[in-house]
Every structure is written in structure tokens, then in C-alpha cells.
Design a protein around this ligand. Sequence first.
Ligand code: ADP
Length: 268
Amino acid sequence: DLGPRLSIATRDEFGEVAQAFNEMALQLSRIEETRRHLVADVAHELRTPLTIIQGQLELIQQGVKRAEPETLLPIQDEVMRLTRLVGDLHQLSLAEAGRLPLEKTWTDLTALAGRIVDNFQIEAEAKEITLTLEASDSIPVYVDPHRMTQVIVNLVGNALRYTPTGGAIRIVARQEGSEAILAVSDTGPGIRPEHLPHIFDRFFRSDEARSREEGGTGLGLAIAKEFVEAHGGRIGVESKLGKGTTFTVRLPKDLTVSDRTSPRPDGF
Ligand code: ADP
């Protein structure tokens, strides 16, 4: 008699289908929740600059202030902040959708980091921060140099922003097995252990960073992570409160089949 056995099997199958549906529903509600959060975060981030712009414009309209360069400067600052925010969001959404256009070419990581260090040197000197690069002669990587520049600029920019006067920022680039590694270390305030898991989330900023209001959008590290991962790499962070922080980028040197069609130029 197959009756009971069949019905048990059928019940199991129903159970599996029901469970699969439940899991799908759960996943959808998580996606919906993430989307809702993002919209709320973006609205929140837009509010502050818009309030400042509106306030300044009202003062000019009421004749309290005149439309002089001094009065217009805060408006211009906030417009630039909004422009940066919209640009960052666009890059981030492209990367998250896996549609970030990458123009990969053979690039010397040492030379690329060297140019960034040169560009930041004046800002570092103004803060009496020593900014140094230690790297092997040449580290060939097959990357989009503009995206990779943005990753390193975001990391060094943060290190400069959060490290107090008299500190030090050290960039080390080296090859290790099949990876190229670039680390940015600073002697800044460090990051609280409970904040570390969230540091690459979009719009995450510590209260200390928020209160400084030094122009960050809270998207710099999220962008760095997406860009590195779009190259098949990884980014990590280590930090000690009161001592400093190190961000480490690891890029694969083993190329995918399609990448191998582009031969390494001579000298690499
Ligand atoms: P932001 O625009 O606020 O710098 P990021 O995504 O670049 O946004 O960084 C997120 C947060 O991580 C910062 O607000 C700050 O709290 C923390 N952070 C990033 N880099 C450092 C650093 N080098 N030292 C200490 N805290 C940092």
C-alpha cells in the first residue's frame, strides 16, 4: 500500500516549497528595508546643506546680508557638498549594481601612490603631518587607474582629516605572493571596536566625525570598498583606539582569462 508513503512525500515537498517561499519573502523584505533606509539616509544628508543654502538666501532677500563673496561662500560650499554627494551616490549605485565601467590598463601601483602622496604633501605640511610612501620600485597591477586613485585618495584623505596636528601617515605598497598590497596607516584617534563592523557602510560616520562636519559625505569608505571589490580585491581595517588606524587594500595579481589577453608592456 503506497498511499500513506506518497502522502508523506507530498507533504515534504509542500513543506520545501513553502520554506523556499518564506526565504524569498524574507530576502525581499530585507531588500525593501535596505532601500527604505537608503532613501531615508539620502533625505537626511540632503537636508542640512539645503537648510543652510535656504537660510543664507533668505538673509540676502531680507536685506540682512548683501550678496557679497563672503556671504556667497557658504552657499557655494554647500552646493559643492551636494554635488559631491550626488556624484558619490551615482558611483556607488553603479558599483553596487555591478555596472561600474572599469577601464583596466597595466598600472604601476608605486607610481600611482607616489603621485597621490605628492598631491597631498602641501595639505599634510599645513597640518604638520609627515606623509611618507614606502614601496618597491615597481608594482604592476591591471586596474582602472582612475578608480584606484580614488580608492587611495579616499583613504589618505580620511587619514589626513582624522589625524591631529603633528601626526604621521605612512603608505606602504608591496607585492606578496599573488597579491599587490597597499596599506595606509595613521596615528589618528583610531576607531571604536563596536564601529569597525560598520565602517564601510554607506553614510556611517562616528559621532566624533559628525560633530567635526569637515565636509565628508560618509560615502568615502563605501566607495573604496565597492571599487576594490569590482577589481576582485579586498579591503580591510585594523584600528587601536588612541593609537591609530590601518586600512589595507589587497589586489589580485593573477588575472582572469579575459584580462590575460592584454599583454604586460615591457618594463613591467
Ligand atoms: P567620511 O566622509 O565621514 O570620512 P568615510 O566613509 O570616508 O566617510 O568614513 C566613515 C567614517 O569612518 C568616518 O566618518 C570616521 O568616523 C571613520 N574613519 C574613516 N577613516 C578614519 C581614520 N583614518 N581614522 C579614524 N576614523 C576614521
